[in-house]
Every structure is written in structure tokens, then in C-alpha cells.
Design a binder for this molecule. Sequence first.
Ligand SMILES: *[C@@H]1O[C@H](CO)[C@@H](O)[C@H](O)[C@H]1NC(C)=O
Ligand SMILES: *[C@@H]1O[C@H](CO)[C@@H](O)[C@H](O)[C@H]1NC(C)=O
Length: 417
Amino acid sequence: MKFSSASALALAAVASAKPCPETPELPKPVERIDLGPRPGYLVDDMDEGPLKEKLKQCLDDTTPWRASTWSVAHRGGATLQMPEHSLQNAMAGARMGAGVLECDTAFTSDLELVCRHSQCDLHYTTDILMRPELAKKCSEPFTPVKDGKPASAKCCTSDITLAEFKTLCAEMEGQNPDATTVEEFHPSTPKWRTDLYGSCATILSLQDHIDLALSLGLLHTPELKTPQVPMPFKGNYTQEKYAQQLVDQYRDSGVPPSNVFLQSFLYDDMLYWLKHEPEYAQNALFLDSYGETAATFPNAVANLTNYKADGVQWIAPPIPYLVAAKDGKMVPSEYAEKAMELGLRILPWSLERSGPLYDVKENGDYYYMYFNDAVNNDGDMYTLLDLLHEEIGIEGIFTDWAATVTFYANCMNIQLL
Ligand SMILES: *[C@@H]1O[C@H](CO)[C@@H](O)[C@H](O)[C@H]1NC(C)=O
Ligand SMILES: *[C@@H]1O[C@H](CO)[C@@H](O)[C@H](O)[C@H]1NC(C)=O
């Protein structure tokens, strides 16, 4: 089987653009998991103590590494260095032992599902602005910086068809607010990521992603992204149809409910799946965003009781909801204690999304916001993972660099494949 390739028409339209990699044969399961140098770098950087000693022993263990379903590939699993939601990123995630691959889903103008982190991120995650024929279809054209107003554009998956989408190159996420030209606008990669793999990565439809995860023998986690256009779209495409279409595509591809972890930030999507797709809802993750400030955090804790009562079994909060700092040490937060007490299954996001950790206290970082007093070096990432595993009992964790989590999972023998 091959990746469904772009139509001849669409290919002709980009004949003059950068060549994209050949659509490859579907890969076989990865036989040799390779974790690279980063886990060792992080262990060396840890504060002294029994956890460091234990992890050091595992670094020297000669048993082959195994993939783990505890290691959940975020936007691919190698997003720290590779364009998100691309074939190359997902392959790197699989080679680093991710057991679950993520495709965030958005819809095209012809109502096909594609992998994108946001329905309207094409202007800062692909080369669409460099393709005049497609750029002119964008919801909002590129506008240079002017009179203190940042440079902007808005290009959505729903602006173009699936065939057009498949001609795009996936690139590193980033936009430059000071851009005066399209060339200056994107990419604009933070210096701790890299453009080394970012020239033209292979973009994926949901079907490509399902075929890929199936052929690699891995599990699936699609997120139904919140639409950025008013629903219903095109008259009769409702939120419910969109939520149903996602499940139908897995069922039609022969993926059983036990192998799919649906996700959504919209509670109504959870309620829809619980009512209409109870089997697929068993593993559905509610992405929590109710505790984004210290003022609203108590609501997030209080809401947990409602989720449990409604039959939601899995919650996916951002990491900082789960951890507090006490006397300079990381401890389970009130939210974590409550979720454990209710017996909710917890799968947080996302490790390895931040730059170097030595400056999170100074400069702030979303993923450490409620416990940055307890963090000052990269090695603290394993102290954090250990807390999440040992004291909170998380069921896995999304990560932008799968090897970091796979290593810990191998060392502690967690959910190995
Ligand atoms: C929406 O309406 C159009 C035109 O009436 C119809 O062809 C199409 O099948 C409908 N789509 C859905 C998703 O119901
Ligand atoms: C969570 O809490 C907020 C504030 O109390 C409330 O408005 C919201 O409806 C709750 N959400 C859910 C899904 O229970």
C-alpha cells in the first residue's frame, strides 16, 4: 500500500515549487528502537540522589530498548526538532519508541480530515504563503508589520481542498511579527529548535496517519481540534458530524476502540462520544483548560467531580495542573490529589515543549508555570517524570521528544511493547 498521493492536477500546480519527498511505501514496525544521546545528557545533568543512580544504571543496561505506550508522541514525537505533523516527525517518534502517535485533526474545504495542530496554522507551519495560487485562497492575506501592528496572515485547512493541502510542505512552527515580506515571516524557529529537518517535510491527511500508525503497529491518538470557523460550516456540517466523522474514519479503517485515544478540549464533544460512540468514548481524553490562572485553578479542581459523574474516564491536563512547588521541591498539586481520589486516568501534556530549563524561573514557561520554583536544570525533567509516575500514577505522557520518555519507561518497566 502507498500513501494516497496528491492528484495530478494539484501536482501540476506546484511543479515550479520546492520538490517534496517522494510518497514512500508504508513502513514496517520499527525493530530497533534508538534513544540517541538526549536521555544520557539529561541524566548527567540531574541533581545527585537515588533516582539519578537508578537512571545511570539503566543507561548502561545492554538490553535492547522497547517502545512503550507510556511514551505518547506529541504532534509526531520528535517535534523538538522536526516539523510537526509530518511523516518524518512521526517516523522519528516511532524510532524513539513512542507507542502512541498523535494526529490533531482539522477539516478541509471538501470536508476531509487532515493532521494539523490548528485549523488555521498553515501560514506558520507550512509553505503556503510561498505558493501564490494557494496563498490567495487564505482567509486573510499576508500583511507586513506596520505602525506597531505585527505582521499577520491567516490560512486555514478549510480554505483549501485535500488535494491542495497534500501539495504543501510541512515546516517548523513559527512566525515573525516584525516581518516586512513573506520571506521574513516564516519559518521563524526558536534557537533551541532547529531548521535542519525543516525544508519540506511530508504533510499528512488523517488517513495517511491512520495507515502509518497501523503499519507501524502503534496506537492512535487523534484530537478533534476546535473549529476556527463558525459551525455549521457550509450550511450543514455541524460539530456533531465532525465529531462522528473522526470516529467513523477509525472504524472504517478497522481500528478497534481499544487502540484509539480520542481527544478534545470541547466538553460537548466528550458528551457526544459518550452518548453516540460509547465504546470509543471509553478511552477518550478530555483536554482540560479550566485552570489557566491561579484564580481559575480552583474551578478546574472542582470540575473534576463533574467529569467523573458524567462518565468521562480519562483527563489530559497540562503538566502544571498536576504539580506544585513546596520548599523548593515538586509535589502533587491539589488537582492531582483530587483526580487520584476520583480514580480518573491521567495523561498530561507535554514534556519537552520548552527550551532549556535553567531559565524557566526567570523567563517563565507555560509547562512549568505553577512549580517553576522547583526547577532549575534540564535534569529536573526526570525528577518531574518520576513524580508523575510514582506519586500520581499517570498512564502516559505526551512528549515532543519521545526518547526522553521511552528511556524512563524502559528503566522503570512501564507499558513496554
Ligand atoms: C449538505 O447539503 C448538501 C447540499 O444539500 C448535500 O449535498 C450534502 O450531502 C450535505 N452534507 C452533509 C454533511 O450532510
Ligand atoms: C468548569 O468550571 C467553570 C467555572 O466554574 C464552569 O463555567 C464550566 O462549565 C465547568 N466546565 C465543565 C465542563 O464542567
